[in-house]
Design a protein around this ligand. Structure first.
Ligand code: R5P
Length: 297
């Protein structure tokens, strides 16, 4: 009998374990350690021959190391004769470098896509992937790629936890319009808008309001895919408050929280600041395993 086995990578156990419980599958951690010279050691400690294997990892925080760990593991699972291999990479790094902005730059998103496609996986799942200049991510990650979303669950979580009144949804830049629209639908078809963002450096942005009348006196749900340095959210919250928002709540899928981001966010004194657990963090309240479970039942 073919069984489903869920294997958790070193940053994917929290989602993998919950997913296995939800779908009634066996769960096992992949063994990962480091040799003294910095190279990684990976071992799949169960027999996967002929089985359907779901491998779960989140490639944030230590993206280079986690990418190598994931490549070593996925190739090994296929090599050990698994019947099918499904890669759930809750956060895929390098996606923001999806174009050659300056001559000679690596288009890192395409390189990562090529690597993952070469690993004999039956399908790749992720959440709210940040590929803005590429129309169809299947061109990068293969035909069976699925880009799921945590934004709807995040919007429902904020609405029910904080009892927001008369809300509107705002995205900090044009690229966030897709997520603002989804969250607005989830809140019952409320109004939404996006702001205009200009990036000055890796940590600093300027955000300008577009629709001050829409946010004045309202509870605002600010949604985005990623908080990395926190620059975008910090600036967007300041602008929304200056524009007369009654209360600002922030919900993002991936709390990457690089460097001092968490401290910067705490200083904002927000009533609600939540993320999903695609990347484990102090603000990860919404679990994505139930979303994934629909695909592996
Ligand atoms: C950019 O387009 C993304 O959607 C995020 O707004 C951005 O990556 C967040 O980065 P940071 O937190 O460093 O401003």
């Amino acid at each position: 009998m073919v069984r489903t086995i869920v294997l958790g990578g070193s940053a994917g156990a929290h989602v993998g374990y919950e997913l296995a419980e939800l779908v009634g599958a066996r769960y096992c951690d992949v063994e990962v350690s480091q040799f003294p010279d910095g190279e990684l050691y990976v071992r799949v400690p169960v027999d996967v021959e002929g089985e359907d294997v779901v491998y779960v990892n989140s490639l944030a925080g230590r993206p280079n190391e986690l990418l190598v760990e994931t490549i070593l593991t996925l190739d090994t699972i296929a090599d050990l004769g698994a019947g099918s291999v499904h890669a759930v990479l809750t956060y895929i790094p390098y996606a923001r470098q999806d174009s050659r902005f300056k001559p000679g730059e690596a288009v890192s998103a395409l390189v990562v896509g090529k690597l993952l496609r070469s690993l004999r996986v039956s399908s790749i799942y992720t959440f709210d992937l940040h590929l803005h200049r590429i129309q169809d991510p299947r061109q990068v990650f293969g035909e069976s790629f699925r880009n799921l979303t945590a934004i709807r669950d995040l919007a429902r979580y904020v609405a029910s936890t904080y009892g927001v009144r008369n809300p509107v949804v705002v995205g900090p830049d044009e690229e966030a319009e897709q997520w603002a629209k989804m969250a607005a639908e989830e809140l019952g078809g409320v109004g939404y808008t996006v702001m205009e963002k200009r990036r000055l450096s890796a940590t600093e942005v300027v955000v300008e309001p577009r629709d001050v009348e829409l946010v004045r006196g309202k509870d605002v749900l600010l949604v985005d895919d990623i908080i990395s340095t926190g620059g975008t959210v910090v600036e967007a919250v300041r602008v929304l408050r200056r524009s007369g928002a009654r209360e600002v709540y922030v919900a993002v899928t991936h709390a990457v929280l690089a460097g001092r981001a968490y401290g910067r966010l705490v200083q904002l004194g927000l009533r609600g600041l939540v993320a999903s657990d695609t990347v484990p963090s102090p603000i990860s309240r919404v679990h994505v395993a139930p979303i994934l479970a629909r695909y592996f039942k």
